[in-house]
Write a protein that binds this ligand. Structure first.
Ligand code: Q9C
Ligand code: ZN
Length: 319
């Protein structure tokens, strides 16, 4: 296993997000990535730098042309250090634009696609893409939840080339609305998500258990909402169900959308999981889902703890 990293993310570092119009410090901080990098180093996972962008054409595998062009031109007009809350192509007020948002998002997507290529070619059995900004809330035509381009969806789309079956397992605290919607009417990509019940958590509008896909995609979306008060024991029991749903699909490849915002002291999530639980999670996934895998970084906002959390996960995953 190797990790893929790009330094370009650091130029995108907004100051504020808006909750019902009230400004609050931006939780999706650039310092997250060095912390996760230290977790990889603790485990001796080789880290390869991959400063590869993605073209507007490649982004259109998942996103609309107008949306991509809007982001590119709008970001170019923003001053260094400033931020802008757009009025269109936006799903919430947590996702401001900066001068370097487009560039950073293109490099995060570039990491995910480069990682997908290493896995598709068989060069690596597993690759951890240290994507930032994250991606799973990004819709076809809307930025949302700190996400601009959907890294996991772009990678899954790449891995599905030639009719390969791809399972996306999303264990971020939040439901990955954008990834779900990207494949909602298709049978070749399974989306399975474990997250806090959208009745009580972001993104509120999707991730309910009765969302199961449409037309050819019916049955190829599976949501496992958790109560906010779920214990680690409850969590692991539901994780086993999600793992079984993936196993039943018999995928050629796995994309794991990995969030550490389920950690008990996460500043915006927080689901009672402790460091040792991440080792258990990593271990259960490695054993239950031994497919060639791409791990895509999503959320996780306790910057000081991300190194320990990623190390614990990797310790369990790589045994
Ligand atoms: N009052 C990801 O984890 N809402 N995005 C926070 C705090 C924004 C999370 C609400 C959550 C976005 C990738
Ligand atoms: Zn999240």
């Amino acid at each position: 296993m190797i990790a893929l990293y790009s330094s370009v993310h650091a130029h995108h570092d907004p100051e504020l997000e808006y909750y019902d119009g009230q400004a609050a410090p931006y939780a999706e901080r650039a310092a997250r990535i060095p912390s996760i990098l230290s977790g990889c180093r603790t485990l001796g996972i080789p880290v390869r730098t991959s400063n590869i962008s993605i073209s507007p054409q490649q982004l259109q595998a998942v996103h609309g042309r107008r949306y991509v062009e809007y982001l590119q031109s709008k970001c170019g007009a923003i001053g260094e250090g400033a931020q802008l809350m757009p009025s269109v192509f936006i799903g919430d007020t947590y996702t401001p634009l900066t001068r370097h948002a487009y560039e950073a998002a293109c490099h995060a997507a570039g990491l995910a696609v480069a990682a997908a290529e290493l896995v598709a070619s068989g060069e690596q059995h597993a690759v951890y893409a240290l994507c930032r900004p994250p991606g799973h809330h990004a819709e076809r035509d809307a930025m949302m939840g700190y996400c601009y381009f959907n890294n996991a969806a772009l990678a899954a789309q790449r891995l599905s080339a030639g009719g390969k079956k791809v399972a996306v397992l999303d264990i971020d605290y939040h439901h990955g609305n954008g990834t779900q919607h990207a494949f909602y009417d298709r049978s070749g990509v399974l989306y399975v998500s474990l997250h806090v019940d959208p009745a009580e958590a972001f993104p509120y509008g999707s991730g309910f258990s009765d969302e199961r896909g449409v037309r050819k995609g019916l049955g190829f979306t599976r949501n496992f909402p958790l109560d906010r008060s779920a214990t680690p024991r409850d969590y692991l029991a539901v994780l086993d169900k999600a793992v079984q749903a993936v196993q039943a699909f018999e995928p050629d490849f796995l994309v794991l959308s990995l969030g550490f915002d389920t950690y008990k002291d996460d500043p915006i999530g927080g689901l009672g999981l402790d460091i040792r639980d991440y080792r258990t999670i990593g271990n259960r996934l490695a054993r239950g889902l031994p497919y060639p895998a791409l791990i895509v970084q999503e959320g996780g906002y306790n910057v000081e703890m991300l190194g320990a959390l990623s190390a614990a996960f990797l310790r369990g995953y790589t045994v």
